[in-house]
Ligand binder design. Structure first.
Ligand SMILES: [Zn+2]
Length: 195
């Protein structure tokens, strides 16, 4: 696991335009700032993994076109087990923190970067907070509500449709989840053998 750098590091790198090509995603519409924020979301995912939670991280920041572009308004990582809270998903926590920081439930000039495709609950919160842009990493075949199982963020019956960019740093995002669940299965197997 790479040494955590912190949000200031990635933001400084994005501002200087020095992010390496190799970590830049190929998804159209992504800026260096977005890439830096996804790196920060990956660090938050690692914090979750270190606490025994599925590694998912999220950041809400002022969009690249906003006057205060790149200002981080909220961060979160999955804490469902530790808090025993079914709503403690990474992006749910990050969105609530951003609204509190802004003093406004409307986050239309903000972008959410999250390492895993949002679930129906979180997609609902994205609609209700009017977030302008959503970038995410890995697709979620079990609960994805943006493209995989449902298409809540492009449904014309709902009154808000953010710009969505999937597959950003998808390999890094899904590798963390794969490793986490592989280790969890191994632990369960060993526990069963001991019992
Ligand atoms: Zn969720």
């Amino acid at each position: 696991m790479a040494r955590p750098r912190g949000k200031a590091f990635w933001l400084a790198l994005a501002r200087k335009g020095r992010l390496r090509r190799s970590i830049l995603p190929t998804s159209a519409g992504i800026t260096e700032l977005d890439s830096a924020m996804m790196m920060r979301a990956l660090e938050l995912a690692d914090i979750a993994a270190n606490k025994g939670e599925a590694p998912i991280g999220a950041v809400v920041y002022s969009s690249p076109t906003a006057p205060d572009a790149g200002r981080i308004l909220g961060e979160g990582y999955n804490e469902r087990e530790v808090l025993r809270d079914p709503s403690a998903h990474a992006e749910f926590t990050a969105i609530l923190a951003a609204a509190a920081q802004r003093g406004d439930w409307r986050l239309s000039d903000c972008t959410l970067a999250v390492t895993l495709e949002p679930c129906p609950m979180c997609a609902g919160l994205i609609v209700n907070s009017r977030i302008g842009r959503v970038i995410y990493g890995a697709a979620d075949p079990k609960a994805g509500a943006v493209h995989t199982l449902y298409r809540m963020l492009s449904d014309p019956r709902l009154n808000h449709r953010p710009t969505v960019i999937p597959g950003v740093c998808a390999e890094e995002c899904s590798a963390r989840l794969t490793k986490f669940f592989r280790e969890l299965r191994e632990k369960h197997r060993k526990d069963a053998e001991r019992a």
